[in-house]
Design a protein around this ligand. Structure first.
Ligand SMILES: Cc1ncc(C[n+]2csc(CCOP(=O)(O)OP(=O)(O)O)c2C)c(N)n1
Length: 530
């Protein structure tokens, strides 16, 4: 049995390979990206023809993985937490169809928003869809849960969520591997109508899903990932979820004096939970993310027992859990030795020197700020979001992937002129294209800048689904080819870029300007390889 030092993300990837997956489907997003990249770089994927190409967005990834499960094969689908919002339609419905081949949905949450626009907790999605959730506390558990998770998913016939958090995804520890399993053969489920969610069938399927809930709770009660660890001092009972258990033990290297219920699998194990609540005077919930378990406990109990956690202020309501915040909640000394020295200045991230987005913003701000003071620019998500900061201060919104085009349209509908959208190439194909069709269908007066660096730069330079196809996509959607203008964002072209920008702002219809120059980081990487 081999042991290697792996990131949490890599542990999931290795376990999925060892468990015999036939495909990984994903759209990049911190902190989940490394899972797919690891599989892409594994020699096994060639030998076993494991699907590993990036998908256009999380919904297409989720649906393709369900298709692979439909034919009896094991599939892994990975996304960051906000990707779950994009995949939600297919994800929630996959719980109603159920699965055939094992299906694990990795939702990588980002408490403290290290690289995200919110810190939503994906455990709510598992609860909402009524499917089991695994929440590893360390890298070995991430491996073991994934390895066994496919079989569990096949046994209960449901997709299973693997909930990660940034600290675990992006830190390393030694992980022991299990033996390599063969891939599943093509096979189909017993019920030929299982995946046909017409209302009459969906009602039956939903009853089946509801009928599985007791078995899921029983599985949690019997799970090796949910452990009741007794302690002599019953004044307090602790529920420690996922990485929270790590932080608890870091503060109690010789064992904890209080009874602890370690949670790694949901739905919550009722029996152990009731035992803890019956034995202890007060409950402390240590969980990273939102007060998911804390709220459930309050609902479960209504027996007047005090529950402490994020809701009563024991932990802050926002931000990730830390060993220090756990120490404080336990009434221990906060022994933080690593405060930032005063000499360290905060350095906000900035666009790279030489990046094409810089040239695009230089021209955009010069024209708009001087000549169109009533303008607003709707931004999107990618490296170019950094145009919100110094020295450009160029964009007025950044909400979710694709929202630039549709918000610009709504604002134009409401009378704003000029209404400008700035979006990247990957974000455009992820979820900007459909909004562009709305603009075309209503002849919206918008100027859309697709700043094309021919990669998905923000997440590390993954392939972008639309590379080489952007003009064809815009034409196909119905943008007048006369108003699809391609420019090379370089200083020597500033005059031409300004002229084109002015012309397209003055055109009262849908215009698309495509400043195109390869990301200097991917270019440098390619050159180094050569
Ligand atoms: C729903 C969702 N999925 C994934 C991400 C992670 N993410 C942020 S920006 C980005 C891609 C940006 O690529 P592109 O639009 O081409 O701009 P670039 O960074 O290359 O300038 C991704 C994948 C996210 N924020 N939201």
């Amino acid at each position: 049995m081999s042991k290697q030092l792996l990131l949490g993300d890599e542990s999931i990837a290795q376990a999925a390979l060892d468990a015999g997956i036939s495909g990984v489907y994903a759209y990049p997003g911190t902190p989940s990206t490394e899972i797919t990249e690891y599989i892409q770089n594994s020699p096994l994927n060639g030998e076993r023809k494991i699907h590993n190409r990036w998908c256009t967005n999380e919904k297409t990834a989720m649906e393709a993985s369900l298709g692979m499960s439909f034919v009896g094969k094991r599939a892994l689908v990975c996304m960051k937490h906000v990707g779950m919002n994009v995949a939600a339609d297919s994800f929630i419905n996959s719980a109603v169809t159920g699965v055939n081949g094992g299906l694990i949905v990795v939702a990588a949450d980002d408490p403290s928003m290290h690289s995200s626009q919110n810190e939503q907790d994906s455990r709510f999605y598992g609860d909402f869809a009524l499917v089991p959730i695994f929440e590893p506390g360390n890298q070995q558990e991430a491996y073991d849960m994934t390895y066994g998770g496919f079989e569990f998913s096949e046994k209960i016939g449901e997709p299973v969520i693997m909930r990660m958090v940034t600290r675990l995804a992006h830190s390393r520890s030694g992980v022991e591997f299990k033996s390599l399993k063969p891939q599943n053969e093509v096979s189909f489920g017993e019920d030929p109508r299982q995946f046909v969610l017409l209302p009459a069938i969906a009602r039956k399927r939903y009853k089946i899903l509801l009928g599985k809930q007791e078995a899921m709770i029983k599985a949690s009660e019997e799970s090796i990932y949910n452990r009741y660890i007794d302690g002599p001092n019953k004044k307090l009972g602790i529920i420690a979820c996922g990485i929270g258990y790590n932080y608890l033990m870091e503060n109690n290297p010789n064992g904890c004096e209080y009874p602890v219920l370690k949670i790694g699998q949901y739905p919550l194990p009722k029996k152990q939970l009731m035992k803890l609540c019956n034995e202890c005077k007060e409950i402390l919930v240590i969980e990273d993310g939102q007060p998911f378990v804390e709220k459930k406990i309050q609902g479960y109990l209504s027996i007047g027992i005090k529950v402490r956690g994020r809701l009563d202020g024991t932990f802050p309501q926002d931000g990730e859990l830390t060993p220090d915040s756990v120490a404080k909640a336990l009434g221990k000394e906060n022994k933080r030795n690593f405060d930032m020295p005063d000499i360290v200045e905060m350095r906000p991230p900035a666009l790279c020197q030489g990046c094409g987005h810089r040239d695009m913003y230089t021209v955009l701000t010069e024209v708009l700020k001087k000549e169109y003071p009533s303008h607003k620019v709707f931004g999107d998500i990618g490296c170019y979001t950094l145009g919100a900061g110094a020295p450009f201060f160029a964009i007025n919104s950044c909400v979710d992937m694709g929202a630039s085009i549709t918000m610009a349209k709504g604002a134009a509908d409401g009378g704003l002129y000029p209404s400008v959208a700035v979006i990247g190439d990957s974000t455009f194909t992820h979820s900007g294209m459909t909004g562009l069709l709305d603009c075309v269908n209503e002849k919206a007066d918008v100027t859309i800048i697709i700043s094309d660096n021919e990669t998905t730069a923000m997440t590390g330079g993954q392939d972008s689904a639309g590379t080489g196809k952007i003009e064809a996509i815009c034409t196909g959607i119905g943008v007048d080819p006369k108003h699809i203008r391609v420019v090379i964002p370089l200083k020597k072209n500033y005059d031409e870029m300004k002229k084109i920008l002015r012309e397209e702002i003055q055109y009262h219809g849908v215009s698309v300007i495509i400043p195109r120059r390869e990301c200097i980081q991917t270019l440098a990487r390619k050159n180094r390889k050569k």
